[in-house]
Design a protein around this ligand. Structure first.
Ligand code: SF4
Length: 213
């Protein structure tokens, strides 16, 4: 990364942190992936049960193995070896976990979180249920406004997620969204968190590196 990238990432990250705080979220800017990893580990209380929202950013921060070693009970539904029933049990347990870890599809300059979901478990747990929610977002998730966030999801995040998991949807072949009618469509729910939901405790870490999709 050049000095100019580091400079702009910090300016952009701090601007979004300020906007998120105005919207009643807790928020911090962390310059590097390693700083974010340390901060995440120290923010999670000892003994907390942890729901994991299926996030490439969380995977890239490489925290789950460490949390497992620390003895936390992890509810992660993404293991492809699990049956549909087992995955749904874990999704429900995420909703009442002590801490829920998630990425986000986009964060606007005005401090709003925009997400698209398939089953809805991830966005539901972000809004209500867990005692504490921690959202991690690479600098690449910052967009100008809600319209740009929706464009980002349709043009990039959703097709890339389909390709990553090899889902049998049109975008896996074409690379762009055609608002399909596929039974395996993953784009079923869109949420815009304009301000922190009143009963939620949500901390957002904006990280000065590109992470996730
Ligand atoms: S709506 Fe269909 S085509 Fe568009 S990104 Fe979602 S799964 Fe792909």
């Amino acid at each position: 990364m050049t000095e100019a990238h580091i400079w702009q990432n910090e300016k952009l990250g701090l601007k979004v942190v300020e906007a998120l705080k105005k919207n009643r979220f807790k928020a911090e800017y962390l310059a590097t992936k390693e700083e974010a990893r340390q901060r995440l580990l120290e923010t999670i209380p000892a003994g907390a049960s942890i729901g994991v929202g299926g996030s490439l950013t969380i995977t890239q921060l490489n925290v789950l193995e460490e949390l497992d070693k620390r003895g936390h009970k992890l509810f992660d539904h993404t293991d492809q070896k699990l049956s549909v029933e087992e995955r749904n049990i874990r999704r429900r347990l995420q909703l009442t976990s002590d801490v829920f870890l998630s990425g986000t599809n986009a964060v606007t300059l005005g401090g709003q979180l925009v997400n698209e979901d398939n089953t809805g478990n991830r966005v539901a747990a972000m809004i209500y249920g867990p005692q504490k929610v921690i959202v991690v977002a690479g600098i690449n998730k910052i967009v100008k406004d809600v319209d740009s966030a929706l464009d980002r999801i349709e043009m990039y995040a959703a097709p890339m997620t389909n390709y990553r998991f090899g889902f049998p949807n049109p975008c896996t072949k074409t690379g762009f969204c055609s608002n399909c009618e596929s039974e395996r469509r993953i784009c079923n729910v869109v949420t815009i968190m304009r301000k922190k939901p009143s009963q939620a405790d949500i901390t957002i870490f904006i990280i000065g590196e590109e992470l996730g999709l």
